[in-house]
Design a protein around this ligand. Sequence first.
Ligand SMILES: *Cc1c(COP(=O)(O)O)cnc(C)c1O
Length: 390
Amino acid sequence: MKRRAEPASAVQTGETAGLLTVDLDALAANWRMLRDRMGGPEAGGACAAVVKADGYGLGAVPVARRLAAEGCTTFFVAHAEEGVELRQAVPEAEVFVLNGLLPGTAPLYRRNRLAPCLNDPGQAGAWLEFCADAGPLPAALHIDTGMTRLGLDAEDLDALDLGALGALPGLVVMSHLACADELGHPLNRRQQAAFAAVRPRFPAARASLANSSGLFLDDEFRFDLGRPGYALYGGNPTPSAGINPMQPVVRLQAPVLQVREIRERRTVGYGATAETAPSAWIATLAAGYADGYLRAMSNRGTVFIDGRACPVTGRVSMDLLTVDVTEAVQAGSEIRPGTLADLIDTRHTIDDVAGHAGTIGYEILTSLGSRYRRRYLGEIETARPAQGSA
Ligand SMILES: *Cc1c(COP(=O)(O)O)cnc(C)c1O
């Protein structure tokens, strides 16, 4: 079948950039599923939501607002500044800041009702000192049980005023698993045991160990408060089991800009790293590595157009990528400027895309650029205060 590409006036969508659709109903279903794994509030188990890095690139504000409406009362961010933004969106919720208490930031925490994760004895001491003046304020105490990243060693506890820490309102005692996505990894059990040994020293606190994958280990990893991030956004928390129990949340589409019929063997893109067949159709899409379509996908990725798999051919460039649509065109697909290609969807998940790029889905999500038009399904609108006329 021979057909010239339509002129650009045939754009079907009115979009010149890609379209990122975030299904907040699926996100909410994922959160409910994880909360149920925690046993739910009736069983004393609660489930927080980790919304650092702008909700893993999907928008911390719409994500948190929707989860708060579902009943999620506890959120974790990485930076205090992320917490300040979140505070506006979920005024009633607890917001914990993972990266901890840097010198001079305690007033910022208090003003915005943010709870620092106290990651070393100095931070714990500084917070207690601040609270001696300001009154008791919430915090988390982060014990390192084997990650060697943030957190204090269990031995450090002996030098701290555990009575005063234990009396902080809403105290969470937490630790973080290094290998939760590897079911049988021996470090999991060692970390669980180390955390369980510390836990009784804070009888009034909530204990929190499990991230997304940790919630799929044995019951004794769950403690009181789950702390999932990735699985909320549809990522597979059980990669070794293969099947993803979560619902997909993200769909990424980019429009075709141009379709070219190739009538002789040619190379494609920078570095001439790919060569066409003597007769081929190549489509150029409006997404590139500046949009988080990683350059590592060059000659490796797949997109779907009209439901048909089209391999990425040639190098991904900053704003563009080229795909071989010969088979789709021969099968009768109408591909023209404006036709939307699926870069991430249910057939080709964030974990699949990550596999092609040689990375993890977390990096795919948090790399998603700011040029996409973002569409939220099931969004909770802000209740804006009425504009006073007086
Ligand atoms: C990012 C993070 C989480 C969430 O991890 P996921 O694997 O995305 O579920 C939980 N706890 C800590 C300390 C983290 O840094």
